[in-house]
Design a protein around this ligand. Structure first.
Ligand code: OFO
Length: 183
């Protein structure tokens, strides 16, 4: 008996999106390691936590594919891009990655609409909302940096930003506390 309720096209789109979330996690991980090596422990901490969040997104999609009876394909993850040039560049890149991922998510939503796959359409709304929040967060950090001088941000402003981000609350929690319903 075939229990798969995803079309081949939809399973493939969801598998690709799963890999994209894993890639996002690697990008945050690599930027976090870079920030730490530059002495920005607070910014690194924020980025490390976000890497964890992106991995939870990957798991959320993986479990959904399984739940719908389709096949999960775990593939190689593309390498993260080169290190940022400075903190301003780092958050510009973070913002651009988020916008890029939002576009990919919209494509999956569009496919679910075309296929009248309402379960997937409903599932993907969580990601639509999450991307809006993440873009807003990245943009607000970028705004702060721009106000403080952008690429020419001075060390006092960087110190304050670094300290603030150390304590910025976000959604990342320990893996053992996370469920697919609430990643
Ligand atoms: Fe997966 O939320 Fe950002 O990219």
């Amino acid at each position: 008996m075939n229990t798969n309720r995803l079309s081949d096209k939809m399973a493939s789109a969801l598998n690709d999106q799963m890999t994209k979330e894993a890639h996002a996690s690697q990008i945050y991980l690599s930027y976090a390691a870079w920030a730490d090596s530059q002495g920005y422990g607070g910014i690194a901490n924020f980025l490390f936590r976000h890497a964890h969040e992106e991995r939870n997104h990957m798991m959320k999609i993986l479990e959904y594919i399984l739940k719908r009876g389709a096949v999960v394909r775990v593939t190689a993850i593309p390498a993260p891009p080169a290190d940022p040039l400075n903190i301003n560049d780092c958050f510009e890149k973070v913002f651009n990655h988020e916008v890029d991922n939002t576009k990919a998510i919209y494509q999956v939503v569009k496919l679910s609409l075309t296929e009248e796959d309402w379960a997937t359409w409903n599932f993907m709304q969580w990601f639509v909302k999450e991307q809006t929040e993440e873009e807003t967060l990245a943009l607000s950090l970028l705004d702060k940096i721009k106000i403080a001088g952008g690429e020419k941000i001075n060390s006092d402003a960087l110190y304050t930003l670094d300290r603030d981000l150390e304590n910025t609350p976000d959604d990342a929690r320990l893996a053992q506390d996370v469920t697919t319903e609430n990643p």
